[in-house]
Design a protein around this ligand. Structure first.
Ligand code: PMP
Length: 426
């Protein structure tokens, strides 16, 4: 579709001012000017349904977040080296959502910083440098973290201390997924040892978002955690995507598996768009690290960021968003599974709460990914004013991850438009 003059001009200015690093979504880019709840509005005032954005997790421009941030911005905003009550109150409430063994939390501004800090702590505690990640993992953009993020692509070489294991894809794996995956991680630990590298830790997004949304059967991460500990490593749960009630059954993604991580990283939805992330840890891991190394984050955990995070926790509780995620996520899974009966291109439908993946295949027998279809569905839905994306190494997995207040009525509207799209593209 042709772009109007205004958007064409913006695309050109972006290229001139921001350079080629700034990618746009869609064949026909969208220009938004405001948003509310699960809707965004373009410059012509047209409404779009948001089935993609997990950062405005309690809904775009939620009035309680807006109010809390605005109020705090006019009162005080400093760093964490003065006494302030709100960081303490928030930390108490945040830690209460985590297993009892996890007793400290340190604040960052981004998920990348959280991954970086978790890796620093892990290296300090174990004396090791070797990290194990999954095949298309993304944990952030700093040098250290990108060297443990294979999805950055071949131009960002993995660190010599990084080992990659296949993504735990239940749809394409024979046998018991937990046992297979734990075996692959154990082999990677052995490979590190063979190369004279001491094992430090295993880092995994508990929902394997960039690996193609792989919730797997509940409990399958337990054997991996045992293998990691047996070899003296730490288990780092990257909860940047699955955290804060996304999975419906629990506040944190790892809780589906009955594991207790050593370190938990968080970010994205934590402040509903205000930059705040963090690392929660077993206190003993921070004992020497906290005393004998330096960690200061100028903006991390400031009163304004904490005000946003506190409002997010309050809204999740008061609006029962975890329960909504569970109920609407279930209805979405069922609805798409029913659609799969009519559409052979849908190879697998999987999810946890309001994070659902639809795995498009060229052939159900071979399960060969159909990346082209994923992209066509994404662009066609954009024409119907539904925002969605695709994930996985091949980009063949439709990534469905709306703000948590997504209602059953929103879901019906979405499923209708998805069915229409699949019928048109068949
Ligand atoms: N971990 C995961 C699983 C992520 O998805 C992301 C962001 N896509 C990050 C870490 C990095 O977060 P940020 O972009 O806030 O640095």
């Amino acid at each position: 579709a042709a772009l109007d003059d205004s958007r064409r001009d913006m695309v050109e200015r972006r290229a001139r001012l921001l350079g080629p690093g700034y990618k746009l979504f869609y064949d026909e880019p969208v220009h938004f000017v405001r948003a509310q709840g699960v809707h965004l509005y373009d410059a012509d005032g047209k409404e779009y349904l948001d089935v993609y954005n997990n950062v405005p997790s309690v809904g775009h421009c939620h009035p309680r977040v807006v109010e809390a941030v605005s109020r705090q911005l006019g009162v005080l905003n400093t760093h964490t080296r003065y006494l302030h009550d709100s960081i303490l109150q928030y930390s108490e409430q945040l830690l209460a959502t985590l297993p009892a063994e996890i007793g400290h939390v340190m604040y960052t501004c981004t998920g990348s910083e959280a991954s970086d800090l978790a890796m620093r702590i892990t290296r300090h505690v174990t004396g090791g440098t070797g990290f194990i990640v999954t095949a298309n993992a993304y944990h952030g953009h700093t040098i250290a973290v990108s060297q443990a993020s294979p999805s950055m692509g071949e131009h960002v070489p993995l660190g010599v201390h990084t080992r990659v294991v296949p993504a735990p894809d239940a749809y394409r794996t024979e046998g018991d997924l937990g046992a297979v995956f734990a075996g692959q991680v154990e082999a990677a630990i052995a490979d590190l040892r063979r190369h004279g590298i001491r094992f430090a830790g295993f880092i995994a997004d508990s929902l394997f978002s960039s690996d193609g949304i792989l919730p797997g059967p509940a409990g399958f991460l337990k054997p991996v955690a045992e293998v990691v500990r047996k070899h003296g490593g730490l288990y780092i749960a990257d909860e940047v995507q699955p955290g804060f009630a996304r999975t419906g059954d629990a506040m944190w993604g790892f809780q589906r598996h009955g594991v207790t991580p050593d370190l938990v990283t968080m970010g994205k939805p934590m402040g509903n768009g205000i930059p705040i992330g963090g690392v929660a840890a077993r206190p003993e891991l921070l004992e020497d690290f906290g005393r004998n190394t330096r960690y200061f984050n100028t903006f991390g955990g400031s009163p304004v960021c904490i005000a946003a995070a506190q409002a997010v926790l309050d809204v999740i509780r008061d609006e029962k968003l975890q329960e909504n995620s569970r109920i609407v996520g279930r209805a979405m899974l069922d609805g798409i599974q029913a659609m799969a009966e009519k559409h052979a291109a849908i190879g697998d439908v999987r999810g946890a709460g309001l994070f659902v993946g639809v795995d498009f295949v060229k052939d159900r027998a071979t399960r060969e990914p159909d990346a082209a279809l994923g992209l066509r569905v994404v662009n066609r839905l954009r024409e119907k004013r539904v925002l969605i994306s695709a994930s996985g190494k091949e980009g063949n997995v439709l990534k469905i991850r709306p703000p948590l207040p997504f209602s059953l009525a929103d879901n019906d509207r979405f499923l209708g438009l998805l069915a229409e799209t699949l019928a048109e593209l068949a």
